[in-house]
Design a protein. Sequence first.
Length: 145
Amino acid sequence: MGYAPIYGSEADLYTISMTTPQPVENGGKIYVLGDTLYQVESGKGVHMTDISDPSAPQKKSFLKVPGAQEVVVKDGLIYTNNLNYLVVLQLTGTSVNLLKKIPAFQNMHHQIVPPERGWFECLDKTKGTVIGWEKKMLTNPKCHY
């Protein structure tokens, strides 16, 4: 097990959008409010799932937010990070509105090493900018710190 970089192009780093439900690949922190479960997809965004019937949860949508690591929902607003920024988002039907973007986080952008020491996939700058890391089974990793 080790870390692999999650890449994004410079043009896409700060693009926030709503998409169809996505599979959970590297699930992170969760937050529940009412009948909705919000789960971070580390480095990529937030899954939204209807849990009004706990025996049959229904994936609703995916909020694409590059670099996301945290999520909180209060008064109908979603608070998460978009790399180095705290963003405040409002959902309106199937679209998302960016209400505020505040510089708040350090060292989220251009991370050159994973969050834990050990083996990791070496960076390949031709694939874009590193916006996060995912822990997974690696085959013959070459980098270590």
